[in-house]
Design a protein around this ligand. Structure first.
Ligand code: ATP
Length: 144
């Protein structure tokens, strides 16, 4: 996670990491669904990159169309996935992104550190997975 106050150069550093360090075929830079943010970092939105729509993840898993094939192909060599403006990502979108990545990459492991071990007896920083969000968390186990 790249964490710093505004205007410190985080976006610039991300662009350098994607273009010069990992290479754009191995790294993917996405933004939340705000067009302006996508324009600023020269990335695509997380929705378009991962095919996230109001459809359920179960429906996405069943889908077998050219869009899904195209997304799978685009992500084929991607090893590093950067999300810009993480504060704008809801916990539900983070879980959707994780599940869609698992499907598109054909890899059952949850995406990113937020989906791993949770703090003991206190809520995690990005949403309370343990109580209110039990349903989205269950999606990970049941549908992938
Ligand atoms: N190494 C650098 N040298 C010169 N200018 C830089 C450098 N890094 C960033 N800048 C400039 O500083 C400004 C802020 O950079 P950037 O948008 O990357 O910051 P940020 O931390 O992502 O900001 P925010 O949190 O507000 O999105 C931009 O105008 C950028 O061009």
């Amino acid at each position: 996670m790249i964490e710093a106050p505004g205007d410190c150069g985080k976006s610039r550093m991300l662009k350098i990491l994607v273009n010069d360090f990992f290479g754009s075929e191995n790294a993917c830079l996405v933004t939340p669904f705000i067009g302006g943010a996508a324009f600023n970092v020269g990335g695509n939105t997380i929705h378009s990159t991962l095919g996230i729509s109001p459809k359920s993840v179960a429906e996405f898993k069943r889908m077998n169309n050219s869009l899904k094939t195209q997304l799978t192909d685009l992500l084929k060599d991607v090893k590093v996935f950067f999300i810009e403006e993480i504060s704008l990502i809801s916990v539900v979108l983070l879980i959707q992104a994780s599940v869609h990545l698992q499907i598109l990459k054909n890899d059952g492991r949850p995406f990113g550190d937020f989906m791993q071990l949770l703090p003991v007896q206190s809520p995690p920083v990005f949403g309370d997975f343990s109580s209110k969000l039990k349903a989205p968390r269950d999606m990970l186990v049941e549908n992938v």
